[in-house]
Ligand binder design. Sequence first.
Ligand code: B12
Length: 426
Amino acid sequence: MLLLVTITGLLASASSRPCDTQGSNPELFLSLNKNLLRSLESQEGLPNPSIHLALRLSPHHNQAKETDHLNRLKNELHDNIQTSLTHSQAVSGLMALYALALKSSCYDLNTITFIINDKSETLLTHLKRQMEQEKDHIAFSHRPLTNYYQYSLGVLALCVSGIRVNNHVSHKLIKAAENEQFKHGETQSVDTYAMAGMALQCVKDSGSYAHNAAELDTALSQIKQKILASRRADGHIGNEFSTGLAVQALLAMGSEVGECAASMNAMRTAARSNTYHNPMAISQTLPALQRKSYLSIKTLECLNEDDTLVLEPVDPVVVLTSDTKVMVTVEVVTASGAAAAYSVDVPKGSSLLEALELLERRDVGFTFQKESSQWGPFLSAINGEQARQSDRRYWLLSSDGTALTQGVGDFKIDFAQKITIKNTSY
Ligand code: B12
């Protein structure tokens, strides 16, 4: 009898803590947290709202560094968004991340304004307007101005900030989920399903989508099924870099232990083997490991917070170049289908970016251009040919026929292979 009571008690406590697993590892979490904090120091370009969010969702803080970063967001990121708005560019995703970052620091969003045509309006008013434009674009051309990942971020940011999301805006996201329109290039985008799941769960919790509650419930269960069906044998959902957001979504949608325990383990194993060295990857994974989701921002109170996260000085890393060389063949396939191949020997362990730089210096007729982004360098032009996002084209990277799951800055060449860079439409 006593045994039965104990077992029942254990089961009850396990299911009341969704996605809880045995063996959570405080040291591992702390080291990821410190790496994220350290990344603020080496950050080039704009301050990153995703990193701010993850730092704020953690139970451990360095208040001085977080306040400093908040100020940089309010100045540098703010100015960047103002410039984009002045030039009528669609920036829903970045505005949404900015709003979420401010909210995660319990900052009064009503005091943040942008000026267009001499008229000053709040950040949330502008975000609402951007979402209307995104919605109208979907009605007109069946796709958002940006993409459904950013559309979802927009819905999430408005909802988490207590703004009622227009039913038509939510409806477009529901329909896109139903029609399986969340794509990353040619393949389905687990990251987008996850972000849409968190956004629509927030809408459901707010009770504002009253006109068709059943439709919203159906979409949420479809999204959850999609995410669960994307689980791999090793526990990752989609790939290593979508698992964090996927688990965040499962947590937000109230999943049971069994549904994400394997994914929690998979993320811990990947973190131990330094898969998440890119700060953006840590920023999307750490909240999930700490059983938080972007929806948790809604209830953050910023009271009596910890202030113990201290960075120890680190020894400068000496990068040793390997004596072993491996041959990379870079095949370029242009928009017209014309192909050209170039070969170069590179030190084993070089990044793809280093290999491309080496190839360019060889003067064999290969040139390239990159743009900086929050995930690192994004390849934008090869041999003078641009693959522009405004034309819905990009340079797709693959190795021996398999699409890369990292960009040129992070992908390492550890063995001889053929890299194909193909101008692709999406
Ligand atoms: C949409 C999207 C794309 C679109 C972007 C265009 C568009 N307007 O829709 C397209 C299809 C072009 C794309 C391409 C690639 N992507 Co992508 N993409 C995304 C996605 C789903 C959302 C990005 C977004 O809008 N963020 C919100 C805005 C506000 O932030 P942002 O930083 O301004 O967004 C821009 C950059 O992120 C950039 N971008 C998009 N993908 C990538 C990938 C890399 C490596 C870099 C440096 C930049 C970059 O385009 C975004 C829009 O302008 C993310 C998912 C995620 N978890 O972040 C994956 C994601 C960032 N992409 C990824 C990858 C691997 C790629 C590719 C390398 C795939 C490939 N094999 O070729 C290529 C990039 C190749 C290159 N030329 O350098 C990975 C990165 C993982 C990692 N560790 O680096 C992610 C996390 C998806 C995943 N789980 O695998 N992507």
